[in-house]
Structure formats: C-alpha cells, structure tokens
Design a protein around this ligand. Structure first.
Ligand code: GCU
Length: 413
C-alpha cells in the first residue's frame, strides 16, 4: 500500500502498553449540563442526541439531510442457479443523478434457496464486487479503483484478473449454507477513496460555489455510511427480503464505516466491526498504534475538517469511541480484533466495548463486563461481542464463524 511508507516513517507510534499516559474518557452517562443519565428515556432523548451531535460536528461530519432518491433502481442480472445451483444471485444497479453528475452503486446479492427472507450480511468491499468471488457472472464496477498490481489493476479500472482475488475474505458458500444472505457493494461506487472532494457523492450536495464540504460536513466515512443506508433502502424493498433482518459488516476503514452507519441507521439489526482500529472501535485517548495525528495526515478525507484540531490533541476530544459503540445500543454489536494488528490497537478496541457497556445495562442487556482483556481466540457473544484472534489485519474464516454464530444467537435463528 502506498501509504505504509509515510505511516511507518512517522516517529511516535507507541506499541507499549506501559507507555500509555493516564487519560480520562468522557462520561458516557452524564449530560453536558452535568446531570446524570439514569434511564433509557434520558439516554435516548438527551444523551444519545448530544453524542450524535459531537460525532457529527467533530469527527465524521454531518450528512446533508436532503433526501436524495435514486433516479433508477433495477435488477440488471439474476439467476436461481448461482454457485452450483445452491443460491439465488441478484445484481442491482442504483443510479443517483443530479444535473450532469451521476454515480452508480452496484449491489451483488446471494441468497440461500428455499429460505424466505433470510437474514442478510451487508458489507462493502475494497476493489469491486468481482473480487469477492470467482463467479464469472459478477459485473464490474465502472468507478475508480485503487491500483493494485497483484490484481492487475493499473489504470484505476476493475480488471478480469482481479476476479475472485479477495474471495478468502468472502466465504459466500459458507454464509449461504448457514442460511444467510450476503449483499456486497464496492465502496468506491459511493465515493472513491482518495483525498478529492470533486468526485463521488459529496458534490451532489454542494451549494453554489462550494468545492468541498464545510468544516463540520461529511468526510468519506460519512459518505460511505450514507451509501450503506441507500443500499438498505433498496434491500428493504426486495421481494425476496420482505421480513429479512440486516447485519452491517465492515473491515478496517470499512469497519469504522459500519460502526458509524450502524449507529446512524437503526434499521441495521446487528453491527459488526472487524479490525476497525483508529476512528473505529479503538479508543483515541490511548494513543496506541495509529493516532488521530497519523490518520489525519494520511487520510484527511475520511473525517471532517474539524477533526484536524485533534491531531496530537486527543485530550481535547469530548467523545471517544466507546460512545460510538454505545450509540448502537440496544442492538447487538460485535467488535473483532487480530492479535498482530497492533496498528489498530486490539486492547483499545476491546475497551471501547467495555466502556460502552453501561448503556447496554440501562436496557437490561449484557455488554463486556470484564475489564480484563480476553484470551486469544475466545469469543464473547453478549449483546456486545468481541474476539481477538491469532493472526494479522484481515478477514478470516474464524472471524466469519463468530459473526455467523453471533447473528444466530441474537436472531434466535
Ligand atoms: C490503513 C489505515 C487504517 C485502516 C486500514 C485499512 O492501515 O491506517 O486506519 O483501517 O488502512 O482500511 O485497511
């Protein structure tokens, strides 16, 4: 990856637990006026709103509330005999346009046969739907794709060579065999992942004379979260998914996105973040691995302009990421870490679940009650779920086994 050079040349990356300076997390259950929050009512009507407002204005950015509807929405390809006759495949094209501008979001869906309205995992992929499976029928994106010589992507265009290259992260057959559906979307269809606000969905909402969002308005993570909700709008109308439940899932930068999307859109019944790290599940104030300063320097477009004030200034943040996890309550949320993924601060990811737990407790639900970091490869499946598995920054079969188990348990399925 291009950014690794700049990232690792940063001088002050701390990987030493003992070198973490004492920090104070903002109070989850105290209103800005100092009053304590003691009921679900007060949480939902007062504190939750305050916290949302802080994440919008200081971190991810406000999503314009103009309700943009697709100009067209069509199933452009389908089959009842996909994956050796074990699944239904649908490919949906959602087009959004405004004046000359147009974006097309392609949704690839696989569903088990003979199960009505199965629960569906909804997740973005990094290089196009064709990378998630070797299935020859999967349609390529026309959007900008990051170059990757291993996948034969050289001119920012999806290629045949990239087909199936990421299938280890997408065990579609297993998901189907377990009775779940899966919907995947290329995130660059919504907003290409580069520091450029002239493409993707942002410009659709500019007022006269604007060339980038205002300081408190949306960066790319908020844009991708918006995309998740638009995809869900469609899925909710699919004739095969009338009573389905939906699980929003994402890895890494897309795990940051799934948490924010799942917090914002309560129609997602379960939220899963895999190795989401800085700006995802990890606590900023620990300053372990990737910090606010590093992420702002390398990926300034992910957050809003206001967030830049917190580079090397985490103490000034009036939120931390346990509050993001808490925004999902009382819906089940799963946080997955990988032992070797120190960059994403596994312990900080766990602790945000631990510190979010008091909100789950308000609802009579169990979060992560133990302060002690769990053993490797021992998963927890309370209303907040967690595991740290052996291995690197990736999505593995172990991760999927836990996500499936978690969803089955909480859906009673
Ligand atoms: C970089 C970045 C992380 C991000 C990751 C990814 O490593 O620093 O914040 O999660 O890319 O998306 O793979």
């Amino acid at each position: 990856f291009v950014w690794s050079l700049s990232v690792y040349s940063q001088p002050k990356v701390n990987y030493d637990e003992k070198a973490i300076k004492p920090y104070v997390l903002p109070e989850l259950l105290v209103l800005s006026n100092g009053q304590e929050v003691k009921s679900v009512e007060e949480w939902e009507h007062k504190r939750r709103e305050e916290i949302f407002d802080l994440f919008k204005s200081e971190v991810y950015g406000r999503i314009p509330d103009l309700d943009l509807k697709p100009t067209s929405e069509e199933i452009i390809e389908q089959s009842d005999m996909a994956l050796n006759n074990s699944a239904i495949r649908e490919q949906i094209s959602m087009v959004f346009s405004s004046g000359e501008r147009e974006i097309t979001i392609n949704i690839l869906v696989y569903l088990p046969k003979n199960i009505e309205s199965p629960p569906v995992f909804v997740g973005y992929n990094f290089y196009g739907n064709q990378t998630t499976t070797t299935d020859q029928h999967v349609i390529f994106t026309d959007s900008w794709v990051r170059n990757n010589t291993d996948y034969g992507i050289v001119e920012n265009r999806a290629t045949e060579e990239s087909r199936g290259k990421r299938n280890s992260r997408w065990p579609i057959q297993k998901i189907i065999d377990e009775g779940f559906g899966i919907a995947t979307i290329y995130y660059g269809d919504v907003d290409p992942d580069k520091n450029d606000f002239s493409d993707g969905i942002h410009p659709f909402f500019y007022e006269e004379g604007m060339s980038k969002p205002k300081t408190d308005e949306w960066g790319s993570i908020s844009a991708w979260a918006w995309g998740y909700s638009k995809v869900l709008d469609y899925l909710k109308t699919d004739r095969l998914l009338t009573d389905s439940k939906f699980i929003v899932f994402g890895h890494s930068r897309l795990g940051k996105t799934s948490l924010w999307a799942g917090a914002l859109d309560t129609r997602f019944d379960i939220v899963i973040s895999n190795d989401s790290g800085s700006g995802g599940a990890a606590l900023f104030k620990r300053k372990f691995g990737e910090t606010a300063a590093i992420i702002n320097a390398n990926f300034p477009h992910w957050f809003n302009a206001n967030f830049k004030k917190y580079s090397n200034n985490e103490d000034a943040l009036s939120i931390d990421q346990h509050m993001l996890v808490a925004l999902v309550a009382p819906r089940p949320v799963y946080i997955a870490s990988a032992e070797e993924d120190k960059w994403a601060d596994p312990k900080g990811e766990y602790l945000s679940g631990y510190h979010a737990s008091p909100v789950y407790n308000l609802y009579g639900k169990k979060g992560l009650p133990e302060l002690e970091f769990p053993e490797t490869n021992e998963s927890i499946h309370n209303s907040i779920g967690y595991h740290v598995r052996t291995g690197k920054h990736d999505v593995t079969d172990y991760d999927w086994d836990q996500f499936i188990k978690f969803a089955k348990k909480h859906f009673n399925y």
